[in-house]
Design a protein. Sequence first.
Length: 103
Amino acid sequence: AQFNIKAYPKKDAPGVYVNEQKICSIGLRIRKGCSFHGLALNVNMDLTPFNHINPCGYAGLEMTDSARLGGAADLARVGQDIVAHFCTLIGVQQVQFREGFDE
């Protein structure tokens, strides 16, 4: 909603969709008592490689991204906005952003 994109889940396929096109992949797995989770939001990218595979195992699934839908196009900004929203949801007050990895 923050990016003016009306997205929705599909009962039969994981992820987030807009106009029957997938904009975001979401994963969750619990194995040996550990949770593994992730989110891949298409922001502003070359979607051509998806034409040569079956995205998420679904033949013919079309992908889209935020920029094509008139939403945000700046990856760094979108990342910060998502982190801020998530922190609000879980009640975290302070977050420090870093680029790269510590040596």
